[in-house]
Design a protein around this ligand. Structure first.
Ligand code: CLF
Ligand code: SF4
Length: 292
């Protein structure tokens, strides 16, 4: 890894199951403490709440910060290879900032060695840059599906920012401006960033290479191109599926410019365990089972 990251951060990256080329040794745990979102992506439906459904935004329960700490203690006891606590929804962690901050504070007091990871839509990222660094977050993902407002307008239906609702190209332009500014700030702070991109056939598939080239200039560690999951009840529910061959061809093409992630499992907001070998851990019932 490059000099811009401290030795401590580089060591954490080597044990982060999403950032390292996985040999499936280390586990991560998502704490679902962030229920609200400030935007509406056309592929997102957080209403379906099913134990058997595995996709981003899905959780069986939303936890308070105190419950998240209790769950962390239980999981840590069971998984000695647990390295990372991530907040990946079900909404946006920065739009639920107080819950995010409190949860991480509590867990850090209990286990100062844990790696903290956030996944955000990026709208509030530049504004919380100082706080993110103070909270000890070392790894951060921003989902950037387009850097052209016309394309972004087809993916985000509404954006709520500072008391105003934006739609169309205005919404797309605002998202792009904030996401790119956020990445710039993260780079200044020495935080390791990854950019997730949802590949939507007919909308952004021919534009993704451009997104990757752009975020590379902002010092991101890698990008993660993920296929659209056409979830029921969303505007994109009838959109075509992306095949593995199409997905990997695009990843290979983009790997010329930037390191690519090939092992993403499009995790639930309450995922726990090694990637692809999640443990279903119902905190309130104290139940635990494997969910491969
Ligand atoms: Fe979670 Fe995301 Fe952190 Fe990993 S997941 S917040 S970076 S700890 Fe990983 Fe899951 Fe893919 Fe995300 S496999 S969906 S990339
Ligand atoms: Fe859903 Fe995340 Fe988009 Fe918010 S940013 S609408 S939680 S996918």
């Amino acid at each position: 890894m490059e000099e811009k990251w401290t030795i401590e951060v580089r060591e954490k990256t080597e044990k982060h199951p999403c950032y390292c080329d996985s040999d499936h040794k280390y586990a991560r745990m998502h704490i679902p403490v962030a229920p609200k979102c400030n935007i509406q992506c056309n592929y997102c439906n957080r209403k379906y709440d099913c134990q058997n459904e595995s996709r981003p935004g899905v959780t069986s329960e939303v936890l308070s910060p105190e419950e998240a700490l209790e769950k962390y203690k239980l999981v840590k006891e069971k998984l000695s290879n647990l390295k990372v606590v991530g907040i990946a929804g079900p909404g946006d962690p920065l739009f639920n900032f107080e819950e995010t901050k409190k949860s991480l504070e509590l867990i850090k007091n209990y286990d100062p060695d844990v790696t903290f990871c956030l996944s955000t839509n990026g709208l509030m990222l530049s504004e919380y840059a100082d706080e993110i660094q103070k909270m000890g977050i070392t790894h951060l993902t921003v989902t950037i599906n387009a850097i052209d407002p016309k394309i972004a307008a087809q993916i985000y239906s509404t954006v709520y920012y500072k008391g105003k609702i934006y739609t169309g190209e205005e919404a797309g332009a605002l998202m792009i401006e904030k996401q790119l500014l956020g990445l710039e700030k993260m780079k200044e702070k020495g935080i390791v960033c990854k950019v997730n991109i949802v590949m939507v056939k007919g909308i952004n598939e021919h534009h993704i290479e451009e997104v990757v080239k752009k975020v590379r200039t902002l010092g991101v560690f890698m990008s993660n191109i993920m296929p659209l999951i056409p979830a029921k009840g969303t505007k994109f529910e009838n959109m075509p599926l992306v095949s593995n061959a199409e997905l990997n061809a695009l990843r290979n093409q983009c790997s010329i410019d930037l390191k690519q992630m090939y092992h993403c499992r499009q995790c639930r907001a309450d995922a726990v365990g090694i990637l692809g070998e999640d443990i279903s851990f119902d905190f309130r019932k104290g139940a635990c089972s494997t969910n491969k």
